[in-house]
Design a protein around this ligand. Sequence first.
Ligand code: FES
Length: 104
Amino acid sequence: MANVKLNIKKAELKEGKQVKVTANGKDVLLALINGEIYAIDDICSHRGGPLHKGLLDGFNIKCPWHGAIFDVRTGNVDPATTWGKHQQKYEVRIDDNGEISIDM
Ligand code: FES
């Protein structure tokens, strides 16, 4: 596992919002919730929908294509929408300059 810098600072994120970044060629969703940053795979495990274009409600991101819901803290699919599979989640680190990196 390697620590991958994302070229984005915490200060660039907005509370309660999500963005897509690319890390090692993978699309990753970052969400800032209550001052904490969470990172999961952005490509939906169902049919490849772009999760960052979905609705973020609390810790839940809803896929814009067929509505699978994932918890951004764990990547786990909601038991009510099991057509999706658990998404990969990543540990997030923030350095002294506010730069974000993830372990992947
Ligand atoms: S592609 Fe995400 S729910 Fe189908």
